[in-house]
Design a protein around this ligand. Structure first.
Ligand code: URA
Length: 191
């Protein structure tokens, strides 16, 4: 078994925090672990917990549409969350839960070594880019950290709540597409 599969198996049986008592499935991630682009959301919701896959609810449908807009689909990137198990009633994860879960994302990053990380929403950006990240002011900007490019776009659930954010997100996605063309030599875009 490769290192990725070993990590996945460990994660699937994780009992490092209390979320293991209420979860139905651990949501490790979906897509190509060798991809050059990694998308990171917050935490699984009800549907993701039921199916064991990230972004399979309404927000996920919109995420698929956003990917299609720049010629991508799930098979050419990897999608995961900061937290791998659903917090009950979708409450914010506790600090202890975040700390218990962080090593999984860190190890995924180390093994994947992606060229570009796209944070979906403020929570992921605060964890991955900087603790004081301001999504309304800094979405779509690119940051270089540990030799990797990172950016954040509005979370698809936020776009469902507030359609006024969609035009900005379209611009951010086009900018992301240009960056992918620039730095990701193996990532095939449909157009
Ligand atoms: N929202 C997230 O941040 N992640 C999911 O997997 C689903 C909804």
């Amino acid at each position: 078994m490769g290192e990725w599969e070993t990590l996945q198996q460990q994660c699937m049986h994780c009992r490092a925090c209390g979320l293991c008592e209420s979860r139905t499935h651990v949501v490790f991630g979906v897509g190509d672990p060798n991809a050059e682009v990694l998308f990171v959301g917050e935490a699984p919701g009800e549907r993701e917990d039921a199916l064991g896959e990230p972004f399979v609810g309404r927000a996920g449908q919109l995420l698929d549409d956003m990917l299609a807009m720049i010629g991508l689909d799930r098979s050419r990137i990897y999608i995961t969350n900061s937290i791998k198990c659903r917090p009950p009633q979708n409450r914010d994860p506790l600090n202890t839960e975040k700390e218990a879960c962080a090593p999984y994302l860190q190890k995924q990053l180390q093994l994947m070594d992606p060229k570009i990380i796209v944070c979906l929403g403020r929570i992921s950006a605060m964890e991955m880019i900087k603790p004081d990240f301001k999504i309304t002011q800094e979405h779509g900007q690119f940051f270089e950290k540990n030799g990797r490019l990172m950016t954040a776009i509005y979370h698809p659930a936020a776009l469902l709540r507030d359609g006024d954010k969609k035009p900005d997100t379209f611009v951010d996605l086009k900018r992301l597409q240009a960056r992918i063309r620039q730095v990701c030599t193996r990532t095939k875009l449909d157009f």
